[in-house]
Design a binder for this molecule. Structure first.
Ligand SMILES: Nc1nc2c(ncn2[C@@H]2O[C@H](COP(=O)(O)OP(=O)(O)OP(=O)(O)O)[C@@H](O)[C@H]2O)c(=O)[nH]1
Ligand SMILES: [Mg+2]
Length: 400
């Protein structure tokens, strides 16, 4: 700071007009290197400006923010009209036609942005920018700029119940509505038979479509279980995600995604899907709205509450519900997780469950963290198998 002041005084004495400019630039440069909590304005404002602690949004608020389906009406921009006019210049008669073409209308484009988490920012209607009309002296109208609608990864675009686009990668684009092409000016119609055409055409209207956007949570693993089975507690235990946990059913009202980190920077995304109950496929409980989030998961984790009597019936019911929603969904690669191992009833139920289920059961406690390593290892095995099968089919595996 002292060096800046000395330099400032020297500059002041030498070259007055440029002094203030150079000094302000130097101060700006210096300010960039200062710590965040240092004021560059006055001592009164020099109190700490550190970033505040980020508060967790409550599940209720999140439900308001989280939107997983939207109906959008998109109208692309109209093409600009071509114009009809003739060249006019002193001492030059019959200058010829010089009406320029109109510019094309702007498209409305859906673009995937990994920063966007839900469809809440998508508006019900988008109107594209129209192209400008042509001008005299063969001037073409400028084309309307494209409008981009940012959508999250995993957005499915439907029109009349038909899937028209499936947007799964960051930066992927889908033209929702094409802009109309610009009209032709009378210069365009000039030919040997007609040396003075007066015809000019209007720009075409932009495309209009009604699209249904659906968000299907993209994750490698999806946790499926009855309410209160401890899915959210498990996600908290294995990742940095912070879904709400409480001792009442339907605490989780939206899917949450947590990332499990492995060595070599491998990341496995695990989604906590809201609880499913008997009859969910017939819209009971939270209904089938959340079953569609399971559809996208590459493998499943059936989370069972070991402390309830006959936990194997939970597994049968879950599989039945998935099967009713989509055939073959329950047969995806999966692991069975027996949660709440710390409770005494669970110790009795575990051998009974293992007898009745052919598949491997991973007993653990999300609360105490007991036997979580087995789940980590099995999750990695499932992930590696998924990557291998995708690569064998020459598909790009989903990377987080
Ligand atoms: N003793 C014990 N309690 C657990 C364990 N895991 C979860 N719980 C408790 O079970 C209750 C429900 O846990 P959640 O994680 O909210 O269950 P959930 O499956 O996410 O429930 P929903 O969001 O309603 O579907 C909470 O009171 C947890 O403290 C565990 O391993 N041991
Ligand atoms: Mg939950």
């Amino acid at each position: 700071m002292l060096q800046v002041k000395i330099l400032g005084a020297w500059l002041k004495s030498r070259c007055r007009p440029t002094y203030s400019y150079i000094l302000s630039r130097l101060l700006q440069k210096q300010a960039q290197n200062w710590p965040r909590n240092f004021s560059t304005t006055c001592t009164k404002c020099s109190k700490s400006r550190r970033l505040g602690h980020k508060r967790n949004i409550s599940e209720k608020k999140l439900t308001r923010c989280f939107v997983d389906h939207r109906k959008v009406y998109v109208i692309a921009g109209k093409g600009g009209d071509g114009i009809s006019c003739f060249h006019s210049e002193p001492r030059k008669i019959y200058g010829g036609p010089d009406g320029g073409n109109g510019g094309d209308g702007g498209h409305v484009i859906l673009k995937v942005d990994q920063q966007i988490r839900s469809l809440s920012s998508v508006l019900p209607i988008y109107r594209g920018i129209s192209g400008e009309k042509g001008g005299s002296k063969n001037c073409y109208g400028s084309a309307g700029l494209n409008i981009y609608i940012k959508v999250p990864i995993g957005t499915v675009v439907k029109e009349d119940c038909r899937v028209v686009a499936d947007l799964n990668h960051h930066g992927e684009e889908y033209v929702a509505a094409y802009g109309g092409s610009g009209g032709k000016g009378n210069r365009f119609f000039l030919d040997n038979d007609n040396r003075a055409p007066k015809t000019a055409t209007e720009g075409e209207p932009g495309e209009e479509r009604v699209l249904h956007l659906e968000l299907k949570t993209m994750a490698h693993a999806g946790m499926v279980g009855f309410p209160n089975a401890g899915k959210s507690s498990l996600l908290r235990a294995i990742s940095n995600a912070k879904p709400a946990v409480a001792a009442y059913p339907f605490t989780t009202l939206n899917p949450h995604v947590g990332i499990v980190h492995y060595e070599n920077y491998e990341q496995v995304a695990v989604a906590d899907i809201p609880g499913i109950i008997k009859g969910a496929h017939a819209n009971r409980g939270l209904g089938f709205a959340f079953l569609r989030h399971i559809e996208r998961c590459r493998f499943l984790l059936y989370v069972l509450d070991l402390s309830v009597p006959e936990p194997w019936t939970q597994l049968q019911d879950l599989k039945y519900e998935l099967e009713q929603y989509e055939e073959g969904l329950s047969k995806r690669p999966h692991a069975i997780v027996g949660n709440k191992l710390d409770l005494p009833q669970s110790k009795c139920n575990l051998p009974l469950l293992k007898e009745r289920v052919q598949h491997r059961v991973i007993p653990l406690s999300a609360l105490t963290g007991e036997n979580l390593e087995e789940l980590f290892l099995h999750l990695k095995v499932l992930y590696d198998d998924y990557v291998k099968t995708e690569e064998a089919q020459k598909h790009k595996p989903l990377k987080w």
